[in-house]
Design a protein around this ligand. Structure first.
Ligand SMILES: Cc1cc2nc3c(=O)[nH]c(=O)nc-3n(C[C@H](O)[C@H](O)[C@H](O)COP(=O)(O)OP(=O)(O)OC[C@H]3O[C@@H](n4cnc5c(N)ncnc54)[C@H](O)[C@@H]3O)c2cc1C
Length: 359
């Protein structure tokens, strides 16, 4: 099924409905909003298991969690009661929209504006590469309420899919996670009620940075799930494939690869679970640990998936076997929610802050 959805680049609605029926969207939301009261680790475990089979499904699920985090962390009681139960039941998917054509790593360069007027905020601009775009019902959108204030001039808004002036642009054709939806969001004089401002005006970027710190372990979980799936496929194949009269798993070079794949996977899993547990334990600051978990796990997944293809040899390169898709899917994990280059810079900044604090 994953291969068929990937080939057709078809959004996995049937699987999303199955996940909803299995109460999976409730996992990461508090009980008072019809969730199951789980935390970051629970969310990571679900994402990991989904990604073991299909990272496109995993990112669809994780992006809904990301889209709901601003409401959860900064929303009013009224906003939470209005929107979170539908996300918990899986009736509505959420999405998070920051990136624009001219603002990727340099997120502060966004141009989408939200001007006060007509009893609310009027949004104008285009968001790019938004996961769940077109499929989600609820969008957290970051837009400038004061162009002159730079990083302190952005705010977050909850925009419902059917709001007049809100439409969808280009649907991306991707290398991997092809069953997930990645789409432009277009706002043309889109009036969003004042009640849909999340947090206070000017908090948009600070909120985004804090939310991404919380959600990056989820990318780490996608990566470890994918690597687990690739490792399992490689071991299975190496047991069965006979060359020179014996299964290739008996060759030291193959054993060496498998051992390194398994060891690096476990190291990444330990990092991801450790930061998820720290978040659940109420840690105040985890920018560095969260970035480390995402960077290490995604680099590991890219390597493990590539090695899995190598162990399968020629058939590993064919679409008949899942490792070909896993190798394509792994790449995005080094790119989204902060490229690994940007996150390494963030880790280095934290190291310098720590040094300064010691002095
Ligand atoms: C499939 C997919 C799904 C996505 N989903 C979402 C979503 O749901 N919501 C959302 O808001 N965004 C989403 N994004 C956007 C994603 O987060 C950005 O693509 C990512 O942050 C990188 O931005 P960019 O693509 O503009 O690359 P750029 O910022 O243009 O970077 C290009 C290259 O330059 C490097 N680079 C840039 N600046 C520096 C620097 N200062 N120092 C060193 N290296 C640097 C980068 O590391 C990278 O290698 C998605 C993207 C994709 C591809």
């Amino acid at each position: 099924m994953r291969a068929a959805l990937d080939e057709a680049e078809e959004f996995p609605w049937d699987i999303v409905r199955d996940l909803a029926n299995a109460d999976m969207f409730r996992v990461f939301l508090p009980e008072e909003y019809e969730g199951l009261g789980g935390g970051c680790l629970d969310l990571c475990l679900v994402v990991e298991e989904l990604s073991r089979i299909c990272s496109a499904v995993a990112v669809t699920y994780a992006a809904s969690a990301l889209g709901s985090l601003p409401l959860l962390e900064y929303g009013t009681e009224e906003q939470k009661r209005k929107y979170l139960p539908d996300i918990a039941s899986g009736k509505k998917l959420a999405a998070f929209a920051l990136t624009e054509a001219t603002a990727g790593s340099d997120a502060i360069a966004i141009k989408t504006t939200a001007d006060r007027g007509n009893g609310g905020y009027v949004l104008n601009g285009t968001k790019q590469f938004i996961t769940n775009g077109g499929e989600a019902e609820l969008y957290t959108v970051i837009a400038l309420t004061d162009k002159k204030k730079g990083a302190r001039g952005a705010s977050a808004f909850l925009v419902e899919k059917d709001t007049p002036g809100f439409s969808f642009g280009k649907k991306e054709k991707k290398m991997g996670i092809r069953a997930s939806a990645t789409r432009e969001l277009v706002f043309r004089d889109c009036l969003v009620p004042e009640a849909n401002l999340i947090g206070r005006e000017g908090m948009g970027f600070i909120m985004t940075m804090k939310i991404l710190d919380r959600s990056r372990p989820g990318i780490g979980a996608q990566a470890i799930g994918l690597a687990q799936g690739a490792l399992e496929a490689a071991v299975n194949y190496a047991e069965q494939r006979v060359q020179f009269g014996k299964p290739i798993i008996s060759l030291p070079v193959v054993q060496d690869k498998l051992a390194n794949m398994a060891t690096e996977l476990e190291a990444a899993r330990a990092l991801v679970y450790a930061v998820a547990r720290a978040i659940d334990g109420g840690a105040k600051s985890f920018t560095e640990e969260s970035a480390m978990a995402k960077v290490f796990a995604s680099d590991m997944a890219m390597k493990v998936a590539t090695d899995a293809v190598q162990i399968l040899g020629g058939v590993g390169y064919m679409r008949d076997y899942p490792v070909e898709k896993m190798m394509r899917d792994a790449k995005i994990m080094q790119i989204y929610e902060g490229t690994n280059e940007i996150l390494r810079m963030a880790i280095a900044i934290e190291l310098r802050k720590r040094k300064a604090a010691r002095e």
